[in-house]
Design a protein around this ligand. Structure first.
Ligand SMILES: [Zn+2]
Length: 326
């Protein structure tokens, strides 16, 4: 099979607001009201600034203010979304909000939520990104530390895989293959700087297959789902008026990946390659990285003057059937 080109670097450090030298938080509170995709229940949420070193923390206002830190060790389950649990309480569907926070380099915030599930809004991260930008972002007087991958770390399970290897910045190659006439093989390859994320990833909506909707609802899932907050895939096409991108499905997987990688609790420098992965493999990769202490180093995020060189394209051997679908 002929080699394919994979993106092995990304824009210079200074162009990536994901990993600014200093820790960040919000300037003002950001507030929204919506419904939970799975619970169908209305929920209000307010995201507040927090001090350096605080991290991203959910606070269940409806459960006496019990808190749940957004860390991989607090993953409870990953069935269709990522649920976190700590201090005897839970918060579900965390990944789209965490994705937007990570993309903006916001590593400190208190998310007060009046319910068990982050509101789904339009099913993408774009409303969160807009809301957080409107609230404003401020640098804090504390250095950001990032996990720099030095040796490959991988997780393989049931024909699905995810790995991360050393790179100049955060980049991703993500392949999906649903073996469905509407959603066949799709692949997204690119750097994950803020601009790329905002334009190409954040607007991609969550999706489900019509033939699975009844089964999901019998399990108490997708009760708040509609064409306003998800792409619904029928046997002959999508039920929505249109897609936002022809490959919106794999772009949403990248969105989910970024949100799950945020559970590392630090910036990340490495190249992620995922094949038919999902929340379970994303979060298992983060847990594996944390366990493989010798595979990475914790370093201060570099200043603009220490920018990495421009990205390079390198040929690598195509190793999966997904590559053939490119
Ligand atoms: Zn999602």
């Amino acid at each position: 099979m002929a080699p394919i080109l994979l993106y092995t670097g990304y824009h210079a450090w200074r162009e990536s607001n994901m990993l600014t030298p200093n820790q960040r938080t919000l300037r003002r509170n950001a507030r929204c009201i919506g419904i939970g995709l799975h619970s169908g229940q209305p929920v209000s949420m307010e995201i507040r600034p927090a001090a350096a070193g605080h991290g991203i923390v959910f606070e269940r206002a409806d459960e006496g203010g019990r808190t749940i830190r957004a860390l991989a060790g607090n993953v409870l389950h990953t069935r269709y979304q990522t649920t976190l649990s700590e201090n005897g309480t839970t918060v579900a569907t965390t990944e789209h909000l965490l994705s937007a926070l990570y993309a903006l380099g916001i590593d400190n915030a208190l998310i007060e939520i009046e319910g068990a599930e982050v509101p789904i809004l339009d099913g993408s991260a774009a409303p969160f990104l807009f809301m957080l930008r409107e609230a404003g972002i401020q640098d804090l007087a504390a250095a950001r530390r990032v996990v720099v991958i030095e040796e490959p770390v991988s997780v393989v399970e049931d024909g699905c895989s995810i790995e991360i290897e050393p790179a100049a910045g955060l980049a991703v190659a993500y392949g999906v293959d649903y073996r469905h006439p509407v959603v066949g093989g799709q692949r997204y390859i690119g750097p994950l700087d803020l601009r790329t994320y905002a334009e190409e990833i954040a607007p991609a909506r969550t999706f489900c297959f019509l033939r699975e909707v009844e089964a999901l609802r019998r399990q108490g899932l997708a009760l708040g789902g509609s064409l306003d907050n998800a792409v619904v895939v029928g046997d002959d096409g999508v039920l929505n008026e249109s897609l936002r991108f022809p490959d919106e499905f794999v772009r949403h997987k990248v969105l989910d990946l970024v949100g799950d990688l945020a559970l590392l609790g630090a910036g990340l420098v490495g190249h992620v390659r995922a094949e038919r992965a999902g929340h379970r493999l994303h979060t298992r990769l983060v847990q594996e990285i944390l366990e493989r202490r010798g595979a990475w180093s914790l370093r201060p995020a570099p200043r603009a003057s220490e920018s990495a060189p421009a990205p390079a394209l390198q040929p690598v051997a195509a190793s999966s059937t997904l590559a053939a679908a490119l």
